[in-house]
Ligand binder design. Sequence first.
Ligand code: IVH
Length: 669
Amino acid sequence: MTKEKIKERIEKLRQILHYHNYQYYVLAQPEISDFEYDNLLKELKELEENNPQFFDPNSPTQRVGNDTTLEFKQVTHKYPMLSLGNTYSSEEVTDFIQRVQKGLNGEETEFTCELKFDGVAIGLSYKKGLLTQAVTRGDGVKGDDVTNNVKTIRSIPLKLSGNDFPEEFEIRGEILLPHKGFEKINNERKKNNEPPFANPRNAAAGTLKLQKSATVAKRPLDCFLYSILGDHLPFKTHYQNLTKAREWGFKVSEHIKICKGIDEIFEYINYWDKERHQLPFGTDGVVIKVNDYQQQEKLGYTAKSPRWAIAYKFKAEQATTKLLSIQYQVGRTGAITPVANLEPVLLAGTTVKRASLHNSDQIKLLDIHENDTVFVEKGGDIIPKIVGVDKRKRKTGSKEIDFIKKCPECGSDLIRIEGEAKHYCPNTAGCPPQIKGRIEHFVSRKAMNIGGAEATIEALFNKGLISDSADLYYLTKEDILSLERFGEKSANNLLQSIEESKTVPFQRVLYALGIRYVGETVAKTIAAKYPSIDEIMNASFEDLTAIDEIGERIAQSIIDYFKDKRNIKIIEKLKNAGVQLAQDNLTSKQKQTDKLKGLNIVISGTFKNHSRDELKELIEKNGGKNTSSISSNTNYLLAGENIGPKKLEKANKLNIQIINEDDFLQLLT
Ligand code: IVH
C-alpha cells in the first residue's frame, strides 16, 4: 500500500470505529459483533504502529490507555464548577418553584427534570470537535486534569459527529460505574485480597484518579452529560442543547423531561422514586432546572449554587437483614465504636455487610438483641446504619447485647467519660490501634500531608521502626527499604515527603498532634492566640478558656495532653527534627521584598493557612497591591474556598490568572 492509501485506510477505520463505538456504548444498539469490532480495531492498531507519522491522540486505539504513571495537573475551570442546593422535602421543592416564579416576575417558566446521577462530576472541553481536556470538579475552582483516563471511557466521544457543534465548548456530566461493573470490580478485588470499594461512586472516583490509564480502561466506567457551557451554543434552552449534543455523539439520558409546573415535577419525582431501582446505575435524586438560559441568567447564583436549579434527593433505601455479630473497633483517640456484622444484603446497588452502631447508648436505644433481624439504611449513602429492629422476628429468650468491658486490642478496662456517649480505652500509650491511628492522623492530608505514608504506617509500626509520629523524622532510607514493596524510588519519595512536611505551618502541626477535641478550626484559633507550642504549654486552664470558642472540655484536654511526659518527648523530637512548632510568621518575620512589585491582586474566599488580612499584609510587604474588585488591571485572583461565582466568572472573562494559596506562597519564595 502506498503511504497515501495507508492514510486513507487509517482514517476510514477510525471513522468506522467511532461510529460503532457510539452505537454500542451510547445507544446500546450494536450493529456489528464484538469479534468484527475487535478485528477492525486490531487492523487500525497495526497500521498506526507501523506508521507512527499518522498518530492521532483521539484515535479509537487511544482508549486502551497506557502504563505511564502520571501526576495530575491542576487546571483552573473556565467556568467554576458549582454544586446544587439539596433538599429531601417536597415543601422545599415547592418553595424553590415559587422563588423562581417570583424572581422572574411571574413569567411563564419551563423546567427540566433529570436524574441526579450518583458519580463523579467531570468537565469535558472540546475544540473543533475533538476532546481536548477532561477535568474533575476539585474544589470547584481548580480540578485535576484526568484527560488520559477519561479517554478510555467508551461512551465519551473523542471526536464529535456532524459539523454543527460550536468551535469551542465545555460539556459537563457525571462519570459513574453501573451496578454490574461495580460488582465485577469488587469481586476481583476480593479475589486479589484488596479491600472492596464501599459503593459505586467511590469506585468511580478511585478509578478516575488511578495513575495508569491502562488500568482505568479495564473498568467499565460510563458517563452521562447534563450541561453545556460556551459562548456560541446553538440554542437558547438547556433541553434543546442537550438534545442536540446527542447528535454530536454524547450520552445524554433519555429520562430528561420538560415539566411545565409543580404537578408535572412531582409526577416525575414520584415515578423515579419507585422506578430508580430498575436502572442499571445509581441515582440519588432528581435535578430540577429552569430550562431557558436567559431566565437562568436573571435568577443568578448564590455563593455556592445556581438559583435556577435544585436537587431533590430520594430518601435513603432500607433493607432488612440478620445481625451476625458485633465487632468493636478502637479509634486513634481510644474511642470504641461497635460495628455490626450483617448477613450480606443488597441495598441501593451495593452489598452491605457491616453497619455502624455508634455507641452503647445507640445499641440500648435500638434495643438490639443477639441474632436480631434489623433494618439497615444508607444515611448519606456511604456508611450504612442500623435504624431499627424487626421485633416480630426476634427469637424468644434472645439475649440483649452486652457492651464489652475490656479493650479488644490491649485488654485494658474501658472507661466512660461523663457526658460522653463513647467508651474509651485509657491505654493511650500502649494500645496499638491508638498509636497507629495517631500516626495516620499525623500524616493525613489536612495535617502534615506526608504523601504515601498512610499505607506504610502499619508496616513501619509492626517492624518496630516507629512508635510515635516523631519517629518518622528519624527514619533512614535503609529502614524504608527494609519494608516489602519499597524500592529506591518510593523510599526517596517518602523521605522527601517527610522532609517537605517540615514547612507545614504551625497551626496544622498543632492539629496533627491529635490532641483530643483539637480539630482544624480549634487549632487555628489557638495558634492565633498562642503562636508557639511553648506558649500553649505554659498557658493555664483559665488562659485557654479565655479564648473565644475554647470551652472547658477542650482546655482540659490540652492541659492533660501536655501533662503527659511521653507527649513532651514527642514534641522535643519534632522540634529537633525541624518541624514548625511556632508560627513561621511568614507575615511578621518576612522581610520586605519587591517580588510582587507592580502586581494587583484580588483576594476572595477563605483560606487554609492564612486569614485574608495576613494575605493582604503579605501582598503589601512584597510590593504588591491588594485591590478589592477585579478589573483588566488585575494580575491575579487569589482564590480560596467558597469564592463568589461572579468574581470567578469575571476573572475568566478578563483572562485573569487564578491562583490558590499554595501558588501564591510560591510567588514569594
Ligand atoms: S447540574 C450548577 N445535573 O450533582 C451545578 N448535576 O451538587 C450544575 N449531578 O456537582 C449541575 N446529576 O456532579 C446536574 N442531572 C444532573 C446531575 C448533576 C448529578 C451532580 C453534579 C453536581 C452535583 C450537585
